[in-house]
Ligand binder design. Structure first.
Ligand code: 0RQ
Length: 498
């Protein structure tokens, strides 16, 4: 018996007010595209007739505008987790219209299976192929797909012909054991495949919606002077570590976060011939990884998603046999699993919004209260990495904000997990240093020269104790930003140093 094909509008009618809905994908890659739009229209029409229509939204990470943008504009999201980057959704969260809770990407699937967040009523999954007996091939991103497919009462498959069926073989879909006493996940090297090429779903609870819609993969900003210098600083630091024998000669696998800085760092590593050919074990595979796979500087990439421009994805699709030998796409539970990150000795590199002079990192909030995107996978990697590195330009907003402050306005990664911080000015290697030594190291190596005297005024104010925190002055930088729009106007009160 074949699986029934229906329209996107008919699929949207399968979802009810208050349902928990899971979406496939990770960043723009692998997300369903037309059912969410139909769902947003349905919500608008229910609202216009005075009926409530709001759903809970579970995803792998950030999504496309058709999901987070369209649904939040339609006021159809009751709560949302985990990572998000859409401006309309971010505004709705910060205005209190949407309840958002943020968590490490590796844990969402297992938390769902453990029942921490209730049932999944409907799963909406983008596929490049599906057989009558329910063997589903995902597209360019995976996320939480196996868990939501297993838990959902109804599965809506968006069969998107824009993706080739021949993607089969690029995914590795592993079924996790149930607690207690789970055994190890048998990934011992970046290349290891431990699961199936396809996801077995129950055809009896599935409907198909056919479509042919491209991904929303935009390009990256050209590498500017600041990101170039950050990239070169990281590459030089890693070469130095290798020369000192602290990184093996055949190197270690790399994780790199999302965005322009991460893209620039990988390019710089590729260009630095003192770094041997290397492997990537990461969540987000960006354009620079594909360039370096083509040049055979990266020998293999394990990730959860091809977060690449459409031009780059077309290059992959037109040379699939080459890339299937060099890329494996896993669920976010596996790409970010702490056990594997620790065992494979990953070097992690993620971007900070703000760091303090002791090495605590804020990755998620602006001025303590407004969410930016979420913690994503940065915590999964940072806490378990061989060397955890944070990257940030030394200033933001034309120099009015210092990325380095006396105390972060929100903490995502603490001083115990953060080993190295890099800005365009240099590298602060925090390993083995006391809080006072860390403060000197960060100010001297990473802080913008405009802010160094101010941070020394704060530090040299006679603060006592193991960690030289002075609660009276700790937010002087943030106070100056709120009151004058420029952290350079921070006033350190010399009378308060206890
Ligand atoms: O704002 O766009 O209005 O100019 O924040 O900053 O420098 O463009 O950097 O896009 O790489 O984002 C940490 C948010 C960095 C991202 C973060 C303003 C700045 C700009 C963005 P504008 P940039 P990016 C893998 C790992 C958490 C999750 C993670 C992130 C905007 O990397 O979400 O690491 N990380 N996941 O001007 C006020 C400051 C600021 C500031 C920057 N101190 N105060 N505004 N900005 N610093 C990925 C996944 O898990 C999927």
């Amino acid at each position: 018996m074949s699986i029934k094909t229906i329209t996107a509008e008919a699929a949207a009618l399968l979802i009810n007010d208050n349902d928990n809905v899971g979406f496939s994908g990770f960043t723009h890659a692998g997300c369903p595209k037309i059912v969410p739009l139909a769902l947003a229209k349905r919500a608008e029409s229910e609202h216009s007739e005075g009926r409530s229509f709001r759903i809970g939204v579970f995803t792998g990470a950030s999504t496309v505008d058709n999901i987070d943008g369209a649904l939040s504009r339609a006021k159809a999201i009751k709560f949302r987790t985990p990572y998000q980057t859409n401006k309309d959704l971010r505004d709705a969260i910060n205005e209190g219209e949407v309840d958002y809770f943020d968590l490490h990407l590796s844990t969402l699937s297992q938390d769902l299976r453990y029942g921490f967040y209730g049932n999944i009523d409907v799963a909406i999954i983008e596929a490049s192929d599906i057989t009558d007996d329910g063997r589903l091939i995902p597209t360019s991103g995976v996320g939480i797909t196996p868990t939501i497919a297993k838990m959902a009462k109804i599965i809506i498959v968006e069969l998107n012909k824009w993706h080739p069926k021949e993607l089969r073989g690029m995914h590795d879909l592993y079924e996790m054991e149930d607690p207690p006493y789970r055994r190890e996940i048998p990934i011992y090297s970046v290349k290891d495949r431990i699961g199936k090429e396809y996801l077995q779903i129950d055809p009896a609870k599935t409907v198909i919606v056919e479509t042919n819609v491209p991904n929303a993969g935009g390009g990256f900003s050209p590498i500017d002077n600041t990101t170039l210098r950050i990239g070169e600083n990281v590459a030089n630091f890693l070469v130095d570590e290798m020369k000192r024998g602290r990184i093996p000669e055949n190197f270690l696998p790399i994780q790199s976060g999302v965005g322009n800085i991460a893209n620039a760092v990988l390019s710089a590593m590729g260009n630095n011939r003192d770094i041997p050919d290397f492997e990537v074990y990461t969540e987000v595979i960006q354009d620079s990884v594909i360039d370096l796979l083509e040049k055979e500087r990266i020998t293999f990439a394990s990730g959860g998603t091809l977060t690449v421009s459409n031009e780059c994805l077309e290059r992959i699709y037109s040379n699939l046999e080459f890339f299937k030998k060099r890329i494996v796409l896993r669920t976010s539970e596996i790409s970010n699993h702490p056990e594997i990150i620790r065992r494979l000795d990953i070097i992690s590199m993620n971007t900070a919004i703000e760091a303090d002079i002791f090495g605590n990192i804020n990755s998620t909030h602006i001025n303590g209260n407004k969410i930016m995107n979420g913690i994503g996978g940065s915590g999964d990697f940072t806490r378990n990495a061989y060397i955890s590195i944070f990257l940030t330009p030394s200033t933001a907003k034309g120099g009015n904000i210092s990325a380095f402050v006396p105390m972060v306005s929100h903490t995502d990664h603490n001083e115990h997990s953060v080993k190295v911080i890099v800005s365009e000015y240099g590298v602060a290697d925090l390993r083995g240093k006391s809080p006072r030594e860390r403060a000197h190291c960060i100010i001297d190596n990473c802080v913008h020269p405009d802010y160094r005297p101010l941070l020394y005024q704060y530090l040299d104010n006679g603060i006592e104790g193991q960690t030289p925190v002075n609660l009276y002055n700790a937010f002087a930088f943030h106070k100056a930003l709120i009151e004058t729009g420029d952290m350079r106007n921070a006033v350190i009160d010399k009378n308060h140093h206890k």
